[in-house]
Design a protein around this ligand. Sequence first.
Ligand code: FAD
Length: 381
Amino acid sequence: MRKSFCKNAKFSELTTMKVGGCIERFFQPATKSSFVDLLREESGPLFIIGSGSNTLASDAPFAETVIRTRFGRVECLTKENGKAFLRADAGVIWDDFVKICVQLGLQGVENLSGIPGTVGAAVVQNIGAYGSEVSESVKEVEVWDREKKEVRVLNRDSMEFSYRTSLIKEDIKSQPPYAPNSRFIVLSALFRLSSNNFAPIKYGSIAEYLKKPMGTVEKLWDIRRAVLCVRGIKNMLEDPVRYKSKLMADMMPERLKGSSLPDDPNPDRASCGSFFTNPVVSPEKAALLPQDAPRFPSQDKVKLSAAWLIEQAGFKKGYPLQKDPNAKVALSTCHALAITNRGSATSSDVMDLAEKIRKAVWDKFEIDLALEPVLIGLEQK
Ligand SMILES: Cc1cc2nc3c(=O)[nH]c(=O)nc-3n(C[C@H](O)[C@H](O)[C@H](O)COP(=O)(O)OP(=O)(O)OC[C@H]3O[C@@H](n4cnc5c(N)ncnc54)[C@H](O)[C@@H]3O)c2cc1C
């Protein structure tokens, strides 16, 4: 196969955090079969990127290959006995998939509306929000096995999903400081959803927004609309300005098409979403925290609120803009979990603030905050 690649792509243009260096070889296959052909040929280190909304790359040039997934379609395979099976290719924009499910009256992913990124990464990361996780709806995942050089199917159990992670994410995380992709590259995912135009409200802020008690059954469209509004208010949607770049135009979610894109970037949206995952600790450890610390049961353990720990350790929303309005990097003014690039931050600026926060939380509570984004050329201390 004759391969053409782009020579001037940069991670700063491809990621929502807007930092990161030049890429030596950047490919964007147009179809799933050309993606598989490329994977078959590229046996060396490579990094797969979707929308770059969970990736933090070093500013140093990246001497390897990056392949972006932006291909594919959603196919409704069967719809009977109240269940529907849909296959979505890895390069489908996640929110476009959610929109299709809601349009078809299929319940299961509506609470995950508006999460930036692609279907492939959603499965790797086991995305979650407002009381749902994608793993609840995944039946199996079609992957390229780089070791055996063949297409395989991993069922839900083999994916080893747990809170914000999977077999594939653990494999990626085990290879710092450069996170080449794991043995398995997602080609598509098979989802099992319920044929139902309605779903219960599963989360406090959505109930509050809809002014209905938790558990009230609402139309899927109303849940989707509420989730998108709550996300918008908290600046937990990606910055639409990024789609003005020629390299990003193809990645724009359907819901933004047809509306005019703003001229100015919104610095509260230049983030990876939550920079830290919520720590999951033993009940004994959780019992040592002050009484008002939020705690959520998580099997035989306790999930804590990373945002609460961060605020208690002295980092309020917007830190350090209150004292330094020109700071290059700061917590979002709407959300203590999101580290944001205020316009000219480098990857080291982002990592320095992350480390400062981790140290303060450790010193105060002896709890280690884990980073959620995938790091390229950067190392967590
Ligand atoms: C404003 C904002 C809000 C967010 N809110 C949430 C939220 O509510 N809940 C949540 O869970 N996350 C959230 N995120 C994080 C992010 O949107 C998700 O992690 C998303 O799944 C990343 O998708 P992506 O395509 O952008 O991934 P990328 O950043 O492009 O890639 C992430 C990782 O997945 C790997 N990968 C990508 N595609 C494949 C593939 N086909 N096969 C194998 N590996 C692959 C990459 O190599 C990389 O290691 C948010 C991010 C932002 C910026």
